[in-house]
Design a binder for this molecule. Structure first.
Ligand SMILES: Cc1cc2nc3c(=O)[nH]c(=O)nc-3n(C[C@H](O)[C@H](O)[C@H](O)COP(=O)(O)OP(=O)(O)OC[C@H]3O[C@@H](n4cnc5c(N)ncnc54)[C@H](O)[C@@H]3O)c2cc1C
Length: 456
């Protein structure tokens, strides 16, 4: 089998259980990091436990994101209990209190999943300093581990596609199941249940929860089945039409790792093999799920400043600098943007869609971010505003896909130079005439303004 993990630190194993620090991949099923931790524990005849570190503030996440995540973790805890694997929820200064726990119960080896984001990298470095046991990282979020897919920052999907597609057959393999763990860990530790945490902390209260609390592995797999049954057939043809939303709606489940991209790819591919007539739609969906999604991880992994102007390619920085002082016909404050109070009806509807529903259609996300560039005093300000709004309100925000998508829209990342114009320079421009050619703009606006279900 191909290696999906790497050693973060060698060390001297403790005498106690093996621990999996669950972070980005919040599921029991199809989780390579948990599977590897169990393999190690079985080999060494050790108990196994899972630790989740809860921080009441995470980037700009609001209550809606915590609500979705904690419901998913509730299901994780139940699933682990049935497999004789304790689930520990660490609070206080989590995850920096993880080394204390490791020492207290003499953990023999630590496993974690992979994230290319700065915050996780910093946590890993801090924890490495404070522990002396073996520490492993497994990429359970990408089909091809990020460092295997490419060893450098890729210029675009065109350069990344052939590299990753060459490796996909080696990694898109059947996923084994966990077994009921045969070695017991009797913890003298009292640990809280995820749903208790919903009321314990005061999370940023900007939004109502979404999906009626329907989060977690079961809800994610139901969403996948619904997509296959009702929308996949027309995915390629209608994917750019927000009034006919045929997208999978899987991104919240994928973002929190409640379902595995590898499982989604296996199920979709199998369905395509059995239904030749929808082959184009299957290929189009797998391009998004595998190539575009893993390209976003590649961007964040190899670009320390993935959320800043400095993360843009040189040509984009140059052209934006040349147009830095171009007059702006409209500028808006963050508050005006946040409440959808601009002159542009379509943009306001997009922003209300984000506020009410926590998820904007793919095509509209590009339009939404590009207008923020057009109406901000500088590209830096535009990046800051777009990232804040995306991370705070989008249920799938705080994700490499979001940072790459915003950097694509505002800073030409993974794109090429286009004919030059005011403010944008050579960054690709979008306007509402383009939107009108693609879909019924008025119908979209009405569907949002007449159906508000969230609140500020
Ligand atoms: C400005 C901007 C902001 C974005 N912010 C986010 C974000 O915060 N979180 C997020 O997950 N995606 C983000 N995207 C990417 C994309 O818009 C979403 O992944 C998609 O809308 C999710 O809906 P879906 O699952 O129904 O999509 P589907 O079309 O059904 O796609 C299935 C999966 O493929 C992946 N995918 C689809 N499109 C892209 C893409 N362009 N880049 C990378 N992966 C993709 C996602 O994991 C998605 O869940 C952003 C794009 C832009 C332009």
């Amino acid at each position: 089998m191909k290696e999906r993990g790497r050693i973060l630190q060698n060390g001297i194993p403790g005498e106690g259980p093996v621990a999996y620090w669950m972070n980005r991949d919040q599921r029991v099923e199809d989780n390579w990091a948990l599977l590897e931790a169990q393999k190690y524990a079985l080999l060494n005849k050790k108990p196994l436990l899972v630790v989740f570190c809860l921080t009441p503030h995470f980037l700009s996440a609001s209550y809606r994101a915590y609500h979705f995540m904690l419901h998913g973790l509730h299901e994780v805890r139940q699933g682990l209990l049935g497999l004789n694997i304790p689930f520990i929820l660490l609070e206080q200064e989590a995850p920096l209190s993880l080394p204390n726990l490791i020492k207290k119960i003499d953990v023999s080896a630590l496993f974690t999943d992979f994230s290319p984001l700065r915050i996780k990298k910093e946590w890993v470095e801090q924890i490495k300093k404070d522990i002396a046991i073996p520490f492993y990282e497994i990429d359970a979020h990408n089909i091809v581990p990020c460092w295997e897919a490419s060893t450098k920052k890729e210029y675009s999907a065109r350069t990344f596609r052939p590299r990753i597609l060459k490796k996909v057959p080696d990694f898109l393999t059947p996923i084994p199941s966990l077994i009921r763990h045969p070695y017991n860990e009797t913890l003298a530790l009292k640990t809280a249940a995820p749903l208790e945490m919903l009321t314990k902390y005061h999370y940023p209260q900007k939004t109502l929860p979404l999906y009626g609390g329907k989060a977690g592995y079961t809800a994610g797999m139901e969403c996948l089945q619904k997509f296959i049954k009702k929308k996949l057939r027309v995915y390629k043809e209608l994917r750019n039409d927000p009034t006919n939303n045929v997208l999978s709606q899987l991104s919240p489940f994928l973002h929190f790792g409640q379902i595995a991209p590898q499982r989604v790819a296996i199920v979709i591919k199998k369905h395509g093999e059995n239904h030749e007539s929808i082959r184009d739609s299957v290929d189009s969906f797998l391009e998004e799920l595998i190539v575009r999604r893993e390209l976003a991880d590649n961007f964040c992994f190899y670009t320390p400043s993935y959320d800043c102007f400095e993360g843009f390619p040189q040509w984009a920085q140059k052209t934006l600098d040349e147009h830095r002082w171009d007059p702006r016909k409209f500028t808006y404050t963050l508050e005006e943007l946040e409440h959808g109070k601009t002159h542009d009806q379509l943009w306001n509807a997009c922003q209300l869609d984000i506020l009410f529903h926590g998820k904007l259609h793919s095509w509209l996300r590009m339009y939404w971010a590009k207008k923020i560039l057009e109406w901000s005093k500088s590209p830096e300000e535009a990046m800051k505003a777009a990232i804040y709004l995306n991370d705070c309100y989008e249920i799938d925000g705080r994700d490499p896909n979001g940072y790459a998508g915003i950097a694509w829209s505002i800073g030409g990342v993974h794109d090429r130079a286009w004919p030059e114009r005011q403010i944008f320079g050579k960054i690709r421009y979008m306007n509402d005439s383009g939107a009108k050619r693609k879909f019924h703009v008025k119908q979209y606006i009405e569907s949002i303004t007449s159906n508000p279900i969230g609140q500020l």
